[in-house]
Design a binder for this molecule. Sequence first.
Ligand code: ADP
Length: 424
Amino acid sequence: MGRWKREIGIVMALVVAALLLSFFIGHLRDMLLVVALFLLVRQSMAVDELEQWLSQGALGDNRARKGIWGDIYYHLWKIKKTEKKRKKKLSRMVDQFRKSTDALPDAAVVLGEYAEIEWSNKAAREVLGLKKSDKGQRIPNLIRAPQFIEYLKSYDYRQKICIASPVNDGIILQISIVPYGAGLRLLLAQDVTQIKNMERMRTDFVANVSHELRTPLTVLKGYLETLLEMDNVPASYARSFANMATQTERMQNLVDDLLLLARLETKAKKAETVVMRDLLSQICKESDLLEKDERRIELSMATDVNVLGDAQELQSAFTNLLVNALKYSPATSPVKVSWQQNPDGSLCLEVEDFGEGIAPADIPRITERFYRADVKRGHKISGTGLGLAIVKHVLVRHDAKLEVDSELGKGSRFRCIFPAQRAC
Ligand code: ADP
């Protein structure tokens, strides 16, 4: 308000001067007009000066000016100073962020709406082979692995994928994408070469040990069978031999399952037409023959649509489900097997039994390796705990999923759902 007082003071002084002058020489109206014109020109010049000052980037300090314009210049100078401080702080923060992301061992790339590169860190340039000049380029033009392009386009980023590094075949990268903001995506690539190598070593080790155990077990089983067939073996020895034979057979099953699992982890995937009617009839017939007298399996084929996949793998998976259904239900109850196509085009194999069922707490764990649900059974049912792990593995290799419904004391229903793309 102080500065305004000065302006008002100037106006008043000019008006009084004009009044005094007109008192002696007359022409009051003209005098006032001259005063008004003078004030108008003065303010216009000040506005023009301000405009020039701003257009030149508000350089220099004009706070010393008197009157209201001094006030305006002072406030603008203050805003400019705060803005400068804020900019400095922001650029320091951006600098720190850039340094920390460059120190990250994992590659990080920000992708825009059209998968164009908006930003990438140092690791991305090293393991993905991106350059600073690639900014704005679409990433599928630079990383051409078909699996990566498909993953990027799918917009389903719940799973991660592994690809070889575009700059070095020996580096395995685990890629994950996180969508955020308006159409932006953050691509992360982690070097998992060591983990993958260790996984391969474990699989190779299990496969080799299992393979090496096979021959001695077959020899042992052969000798035990011969001993059991001998007439003059004392009864107590015969019982021990029978026990040994059972345990040897158990070990053989375990070794076979381990070998199958190892093969599933390393074998290339197949996609041939699997004629489901033939496959299911054969499996049901073979499994039924395992039963002593009753024929328990009821097969229903609601569709003749087949599946694209590996017949041998599917046979192992379905046989495991069927053998479980027979194993974990009374010898007189039926086991229903059905093959159908859902309205959405997906295909479903269902195996239903009316046996002991599975406790809700066990259901999420039964596909884990060596997990066997602890049921208070009157009789001990033998098994390796690997059957459902094999089923799960086979289904994953066929892009299918396993659904389990079960109620203790009532029975279980296992469903293998194959996506519509697998139908043929
Ligand atoms: P196992 O060799 O023990 O049968 P699996 O991996 O095939 O191993 O099955 C894991 C566990 O899941 C079994 O020990 C059993 O407790 C449970 N299970 C599997 N199928 C059934 C079923 N149809 N009914 C009841 N329990 C089942």
